[in-house]
Design a protein around this ligand. Structure first.
Ligand SMILES: Cc1c2[nH]c(c1CCC(=O)O)Cc1[nH]c(c(CCC(=O)O)c1C)Cc1[nH]c(c(CCC(=O)O)c1C)Cc1[nH]c(c(C)c1CCC(=O)O)C2
Length: 343
């Protein structure tokens, strides 16, 4: 068993007492950091960076050095899984991801393979190995993947969307096909997450970024069963489920084998605690826009948030990824305020 010098994140996830609140920031590695933009320029493109293990490892560790966060998160993207299944993506400057081909029929699903992470995603696993070596047990490393429903959204829609109406159309028009695709994504995701754990990921976060476009009944039918398979398969490390916008599913998610439930800033903290119960850790949930405020505001908003969460069974974070134009010193102020909160 690996011994971590700072294991507060893992302790909080497991419900063990902590002497300081653990904190990390979704999208902490990325465009907010000038040192990231330098490596990104060298790599030429996001995909060039993400597929180059030495560089991916370097940008993973940058926010650890700068912010003193309690965890690193491996620098990659949720869309590497569809690519490993045979559906490649491109990242368009200023616009985001695009899949030149999309999934619309049973033949399309049949043509996909179940990802073999040791082959198809070796570059991520290699980056994890380098990060683990360089962190040398200082803090834990978070591995991640997209939730099957969120990956399904991109594979069917082909690009980002406000409504994902093409993807949702399949849920109504061809539910059997939708389930076939969701199962194939789930099988690939479980293999991928297990491979991340095998090379040293200490905790896994599953991002269901588009959960909020579903009705509660659709969420129970098309997302929860696949999240359940993932939680049941990952027995070695704590799992965090972050389902953006799925306020209606908090109680249902707390029934799964996860350690932590991530909240976005629309979710009331005390109501969430009531719905989730005392046996799960909560993570979140400062509005990313709060970091546009001045330092006093960031500090005040962060303290107000912790006043409601309490200091135990809690991992501080934003309610979604940090916006690229936030000044890094504001992120540092957020992290320091969490660390200075009396426990
Ligand atoms: C939906 C989603 C994606 N990717 C991800 C999600 C789930 C989290 C969420 O809800 O935000 C997850 C993700 N993507 C990235 C990380 C890195 C690790 C970290 O959090 O620090 C993580 C955890 C890097 C990235 N992923 C992307 C970038 C920017 C690309 C660049 O540097 O040019 C980074 C650093 C690109 C990306 N990737 C994706 C989109 C929609 C975009 C374009 C929009 C954007 O630029 O933020 C898909």
């Amino acid at each position: 068993m690996e011994v971590l010098q700072n294991d507060r994140l893992i302790r909080a996830a497991k419900g063990l007492p902590v002497d300081r609140i653990p904190v990390w920031v979704m999208r902490q590695a990325g465009r907010i950091l000038p040192e990231y933009r330098e490596v990104r320029a060298k790599a030429g493109s996001f995909i060039g960076l993400a597929t180059h293990p030495e560089w991916a490892a370097e940008v993973t560790i940058q926010p650890v050095d700068r912010f003193d966060v309690d965890a690193a998160i491996i620098f990659s993207d949720i869309l590497v899984v569809p690519e490993a299944m045979g559906l490649p993506y491109v990242m368009e400057e200023q616009k985001g991801p695009l899949f030149p081909q999309v999934i619309r029929s049973q033949q399309d699903v049949d043509a996909l393979k179940t990802a073999v992470p040791e082959e198809d995603l070796a570059y991520v696993l290699d980056a994890i190995k380098i990060v683990k070596r360089d962190l040398s047990g200082k803090i834990p490393l978070i591995g991640f993947a997209g939730a099957p429903f969120t990956i399904f959204c991109y594979m069917v829609e082909g690009k980002g969307s406000k409504t994902f109406s093409q993807a949702k159309k399949m849920l109504y028009a061809e539910p059997v096909l939708a389930h076939a695709l969701l199962q194939k994504i789930t099988d690939s995701t479980i293999a991928y997450l297990k491979a991340q754990v095998a090379v040293g990921a200490n905790l896994i976060q599953v991002f269901d970024s588009w959960a909020g476009i579903l009705s509660p009944a659709q969420y129970s039918a098309f997302s929860t069963p696949y999240l359940k398979q993932i939680c049941d398969a990952l027995t070695e490390v704590p799992v965090t489920l972050f389902a953006k916008g799925a306020f209606f599913a908090r109680e249902e998610m707390a029934q799964l084998n996860c350690a932590t439930i991530g909240l976005d800033w629309n979710m009331d903290i005390q109501e969430s605690r009531r719905l989730v119960g005392s046996n799960r850790t909560l993570q979140g949930n400062l509005d990313p826009c709060a970091l546009y405020g001045d330092f006093k505001t960031v500090e005040a908003e962060t303290k107000k948030m912790i006043d409601q969460f309490g200091t135990q069974r809690y991992i501080a974070n934003l309610g979604h990824g940090v916006y690229p134009d936030i000044h890094p010193d504001k992120v540092k102020c957020f992290v320091d305020t969490v660390h200075n909160y009396p426990v």
